[in-house]
Design a protein around this ligand. Structure first.
Ligand code: TYD
Length: 136
């Protein structure tokens, strides 16, 4: 079983005017982006996420500053540092995630495969764990 979460490196176009990074469906990610949201004005001690999704796929990017993401598929856990706008963390379905250790002023960008749907969430870890283990 592979560790949950996949770090990807995005193409960067840097020149004397500054830098630009790109995410393209079919190249960097294998889902159509139906929703984009971003996290900002985050207290440094905050914990975001703390839920799982049944179907949703997401790419998370620290477009400014840095933070960590722990991911857990019910069998394995992994921890990733996002500290570069060129790096993205792909999180698949049936993965519990916590976003932690935000640097002051950090901004997290999330590209998501589906519209917001509360019924896709696991908000309870034990419920998530039972579902993840029974699905395997
Ligand atoms: P939540 O999913 O708990 O945020 P996070 O995972 O970043 O910690 O969502 C926080 C609130 O925002 C909650 O009331 C649901 C709402 N929300 C939407 O209405 N649409 C969205 O696309 C998202 C991600 C959240």
């Amino acid at each position: 079983r592979v560790a949950p979460g996949t770090l990807i490196e995005l193409d960067e176009h840097a020149d004397p005017r500054g830098s630009l990074a790109v995410v393209e469906t079919g190249k960097d990610i294998d889902f159509e982006i139906k929703r984009v949201y971003y996290l900002y004005d985050l207290p440094v001690a905050t914990v975001r996420g703390a839920h799982g999704h049944r179907c949703l796929r997401q790419l998370v990017i620290a477009v400014h500053g840095q933070f960590e993401i722990t991911v857990d598929d019910g069998f394995r856990r992994a921890r990733y540092l996002l500290d570069n706008p060129r790096r993205g963390l792909l999180i698949g379905p049936m993965t519990w995630r916590n976003l932690i250790n935000f640097s002051p002023g950090a901004v997290g960008l999330v590209l998501a495969s589906e519209h917001y749907d509360e019924s896709d969430y696991f908000r309870d870890y034990d419920e998530f764990l039972a579902a993840a283990r029974s699905a395997a």
